[in-house]
Design a protein around this ligand. Sequence first.
Ligand code: HEC
Ligand code: HEC
Ligand code: HEC
Length: 370
Amino acid sequence: MQREYRADRAPQAEKAPDTMEERVQACVACHGQQGRGVDNVYFPRLAGKPTGYLYNQLVAFREGRRKYAPMNYLLAYLPDTYLQQMAVYFSEQNQPLPPAAHPSVSAELLNPGPWHFVGILGMPRRMAYYDYANPAIAPQAFSVIISVIGGLWDAICTAAGVPSRFQPVLLPTLPTGRPSNVIVTATMMHPADSQSIGRGATLAMQCTMCHGIRGMSEAASPNLAGQADAAIYKQLRDFKSGNRESVIMQPLASALSDPDMRDLAAYYAYLPRDHNVARSAQVEQAPLIVLNGAPMRNIGACASCHGDHANKAAVPNLDGEPESYIRAQLQHFAASTRRNDINEQMRNVARQMTPDEIDAAAHYYASRGE
Ligand code: HEC
Ligand code: HEC
Ligand code: HEC
C-alpha cells in the first residue's frame, strides 16, 4: 500500500533514499553484495537465479510456507510488486562467485568491527547525531541499516548452532498467558519537549528501514507517525520484556533504555499522520462492527476505544495502518499468540469476531488516512 506524505505538514527533511539498490541493502549482510553469496553455505547466493524461482521463494517466505524466521519477518508485510522487483534485481546480477564456502560463519562477518554491539543482540551504540537536512544522509542511513542487520547475525548464528563470540541469544521466553507489566495511566507520559523529540529523531534512524523515514512505512510495517506516545511506549516496553513477541522488534527493543523509549515515542507522536482524508468522501462507511460492535457476542464498538475522541491511554490509533498488519494483529489476538493487552481487552474482542468482520475492520481502518 502506497501512502503519500503531506509535504505541507511534514517537517522539512531530505527525501529518503529509495532505489532498488538501497532497498536490497537489507539483504546484503546475509546474502552478500548484490546477492553474490557470502563465505558460508548457510546463506544462499541469489545473484543470477531465475526471477520466477526467486519470486516464488520470496512469496513462500512471506506466507510462511518456507520457514526461516528472519526472512519470514523481513518479508511479512512486503507487497507482491516489491517482491517481484527484488526478484528481478537479483536475477539480473552477474557477480563472480564468492570464495569457496567453509562450514562456519566467517570470522570477518562475525567480527563486529567498527560496530559496537551492546549486550545481547544489541543495537550499535555508535549512533552519530544525524542532521535531517543533510544531503549526505544516504550513506549514514545505509550504515545504520547494516548495523541493524548486524544484530540479526547473532540470532541466526546462534539458531544455526554456530559458535558466536557474542553472548548467546536470550530472548525472553514467556510463560503462556503473562500479559504486560506496563501500568497504563493517563499521566504515564510527560509532555514532550523539543529535546526529547530531537533525541528520539536520532534514535529513530535505527527504525527507518522498516517504519519509514518519517514513520510512514512503505513496507507495510505499522506506521508510527502520529501514533499515541503512550501506545508506542507501551509496545516497546512489551517487546523488551518479551510480553509481545516479534523476532525483529524484541532484539531491537532490548537495547533501548526507558528514556530511549520515551524519546522515540515523543518523536513519532509528533510526526504528522494524514488524518484529513479520513473526513473526505473517499473514506468508506464504517462497518457495523466498528460502529456498534456486536453486543450479543460481547464485542464493544471498536470506535469506543479506538475512535478519535476515545482518549484512552495507550490505545493505538488504527487509522491508515496497513490492512495486512491490522488483520494479522486481530488474528494474533484471537489465537492468543499476541497477549500483551491488559485484561485481555483485545483478545476478548478478536476471539468473537468472524473472519469477515476482521476483514471489514482491517479494510476500513486501512482506508482512513490513505
Ligand atoms: C538474517 C539473514 C538474512 C537476511 C537479512 C535475508 N536473508 Fe534471505 N535467506 C537467508 C537464509 C539463511 C536463507 C535460507 C533459508 C533456508 O534455509 O531455507 C535465505 C533464503 C533466501 C531466498 C531463497 C534462496 C534460494 O536459493 O532458495 C531468497 C530469494 C532470499 N533469501 C531473499 C532475501 C532478500 C530479498 C532479502 C532482503 C530483503 C533477504 N533474503 C534477507 C538469510 C537472510
Ligand atoms: C527490520 C524491521 C524493523 C525495524 C528495523 C524496526 N521495526 Fe518496529 N516493527 C517491525 C514489525 C514487522 C512490527 C510488527 C510486529 C508484529 O507483527 O507484531 C513492528 C512493530 C513496532 C511497534 C508496534 C506498533 C504498534 O502499532 O503496535 C513499535 C512501537 C515499533 N515497531 C517501534 C520501532 C522502533 C522505535 C524501532 C527502532 C528502534 C523499530 N520499530 C525498528 C519492524 C521493524
Ligand atoms: C475496550 C476497548 C477496546 C475495544 C472495544 C477494541 N479495542 Fe482494539 N485495542 C484496545 C487496546 C487497549 C489495544 C492495545 C493493546 C496493547 O496494549 O497491546 C488495542 C489494540 C488493537 C490492535 C493492535 C494495534 C497495534 O498497532 O498494535 C488492533 C488491530 C485493534 N485493537 C483492533 C480493534 C478492532 C477492529 C476492534 C473492534 C472490533 C477493537 N480493536 C475494539 C482496546 C480496544
